[in-house]
Design a protein around this ligand. Sequence first.
Ligand SMILES: Cc1cc2nc3c(=O)[nH]c(=O)nc-3n(C[C@H](O)[C@H](O)[C@H](O)COP(=O)(O)OP(=O)(O)OC[C@H]3O[C@@H](n4cnc5c(N)ncnc54)[C@H](O)[C@@H]3O)c2cc1C
Length: 302
Amino acid sequence: MDWFNRLVVKTMPIVPKPVVRRASQRYIAGAALADAVRVVRDLNQRGMMATLDILGEFISKREEATATATAYMQALDVIAKEKLNSNISIKLTAFGLKLNYDFCLENVGKVVQHARNLGNFVRLDMEDSSCTSDTIRIYQTLRKDFDNVGVVIQSYMRRALADIRSLMANGTPTNVRLCKGIYVEPRSIAYKNRELINKNFTFLLDELLRGGAYVGIATHDERLVWDGMRLVDQLKLPKDKYEFQMLLGVDEELRDVIVNAGHRLRIYVPFGKHWYAYSVRRLQENPQIAGYVIRKFFGMKE
Ligand SMILES: Cc1cc2nc3c(=O)[nH]c(=O)nc-3n(C[C@H](O)[C@H](O)[C@H](O)COP(=O)(O)OP(=O)(O)OC[C@H]3O[C@@H](n4cnc5c(N)ncnc54)[C@H](O)[C@@H]3O)c2cc1C
């Protein structure tokens, strides 16, 4: 039934909103901060940590970027007030990266400062390749004054090894989330072969862990989870030197396997009023799930 899944993905933009909402419920906490709080509290009770992502869309004005910062600071306040075990993940384009570099740096700096005041942490998500150098530069600049900020490295990028070596140069303390990478990039700068992307993931993970970086091992690929578990065991790393990370709603069985094996796990919890665009992207990424959900919705046989 591969044709059905492919058809679902192709036609996703014309699928009625309520159908997409139903299909994406498992990936998104809801439209409001209160929804995210409920989901994070539940995850915490199951022994998992969280990171909050406020879903945003393309911005074109500085006021919108400032509003993003304000919304994240409110989220940090609520995390503190509700005593939740959660940090935040932010996208620099929503903080004005494409408007003005210095403005973006200042805007992000305010949130990182606010997080530090509350004893919390900010992860700079990695976006498409047009943002890679600036994101790393902003991370390195902030890291000079703050230790509560981390960045993301994508193993599909050919530059990834050079990037982590520059991050860790001279033993600089480094906090990295390692993932495969989600954007469509040209072969000239990114590996296209899945096996190679996986090999590079393990290779980079080895470099990072041996180099003393704190690593968020972000994957649902059980082979890479296995590599991660084997490496931390070999290196005899204490549990507070790394964590596994997964997206909300993806492979909950694997998530329990990781927690039951005694590792720390953080769940990425997206929420916000821009849930629709995010849902379409997620479902397009995973045709199998999209097909399954839509089939169920229309009462079709699997
Ligand atoms: C916590 C976290 C943060 C991330 N942050 C970033 C970032 O900042 N920048 C960036 O470019 N990418 C980010 N990603 C996405 C990442 O780069 C991958 O695209 C994504 O995780 C899929 O890769 P995978 O390692 O899970 O392996 P895959 O081989 O793609 O997937 C392994 C298995 O998991 C299932 N699966 C994977 N993703 C989904 C999904 N979305 N829905 C349902 N099932 C799924 C697949 O069906 C497959 O069976 C992040 C991922 C995670 C988990």
